[in-house]
Design a protein around this ligand. Structure first.
Ligand code: PYC
Length: 312
């Protein structure tokens, strides 16, 4: 019987399942190298942890691993229902809360090693975490896209630790009641990007779509709907998505360094964001959110179980 120890948490409603024991041996290379090994050789493990019947499409996984850099409190590989991720903002906040829950960190500043570099975070206590993301930037402004059954939309392409297409002129109502329609429109946008071979830099696949609209809370500056790569929508405002948004606002001169931007998710949870400038065209976003531990569990995968590797 394979046994995998996990701690579940949610960050602004978006779940993270952190694997703390029972994961595969990925060697001692860089986290980027270990992510490749995990992607290429351990897809059954990924699917076992995330997919039904032990998980669901909405979960993001975080496999804890030894850091290569002694300054980092842990290494982490993020994954979801369809593959591996580079960075995950809500996941980093969830991992930070999990490390605090395990007694592995105190209130203060720490580093987490990811496949795209060390990510600094501050654990404030009382479930509150601020992450300092990798350098983010807008790659292309106002890209016009003809989307079958939807019409023409205009979007910015930005790197927030993942590639995003950010659209404001979608004409949709950003409400929970409209989730099916928002998912459908966002999928069509993603397929249209693929069909037109529109990518991020160096051919990076744009696998996150963000629709923006006016806020619906008194604190928010804007509400967003984010479609994740595997088809689930992000319940949180999306850490990398908020970073991509901040990069676009900064590029347009609409948000100054240090100014606060409150991004509201489709369920009304909020991330507070600001940035510092990094070189001429990059920003380092800081994202603050709250996370709560929801479960401590041991997943079991009986070798006889026909769905030991999840439903794929
Ligand atoms: O918070 O960066 C994020 C994220 C990516 C996918 C789901 N959440």
């Amino acid at each position: 019987m394979n046994q995998i120890q996990v701690i579940d948490s949610h960050t602004g409603g978006e779940p993270t399942r952190t694997v703390i024991a029972g994961g595969p041996d990925l060697g001692t290379g860089s986290i980027a190298k270990r992510r490749e090994i995990f992607r290429d050789r351990y897809d059954e493990f990924r699917s076992c942890v995330i997919n039904e019947p032990r998980g669901s499409d909405v979960l993001v996984g975080a496999l804890l691993t030894e850091p290569t850099d002694d300054d980092c409190v842990a290494g982490v590989i993020f994954f979801n229902n369809v593959g591996v991720l580079h960075m995950c903002g809500h996941g980093t906040i969830g991992v930070a809360e999990t490390l605090a829950h395990l007694g592995r960190i105190e209130v203060g500043k720490h580093l987490l090693e990811t496949s795209v570099g060390p990510v600094a975070f501050e654990y404030h206590g009382e479930n509150r975490v601020t992450i300092e993301n990798v350098p983010c930037y807008r790659s292309q402004k106002s890209v016009q896209l003809e989307v079958p059954d939807v019409g023409t939309v205009t979007g910015d392409i930005a790197w927030g630790g993942n590639w995003f297409f950010l659209v404001a002129d979608h004409g949709e109502v950003l409400s929970l009641e409209n989730i099916d329609r928002l998912t459908d429109v966002s999928w069509k946008i993603r397929h249209a990007l693929e069909a037109c071979q529109i990518t991020g830099d160096e051919g990076g696949e744009i696998d996150h779509i963000e629709l923006f609209g006016p806020p619906q809370t008194t604190e928010g500056n804007s509400r967003s709907f984010v479609l994740c790569p595997g088809g689930a929508y992000d319940r949180s405002p999306c850490g990398t998505g908020t970073s991509a948004k901040v990069a676009c606002l900064a590029a347009d001169g609409k948000l100054l360094p240090g100014e606060i931007w409150r991004q509201e998710s489709i369920i009304g949870s909020i991330f507070e964001a600001s940035y510092t400038q990094s070189g001429e065209d990059r920003v380092i976003p800081k994202i603050t959110g709250t996370a709560y531990v929801t479960a401590e569990a041991t997943l079991k995968a009986d070798p006889q179980d026909p769905f030991k590797a999840g439903i794929r």
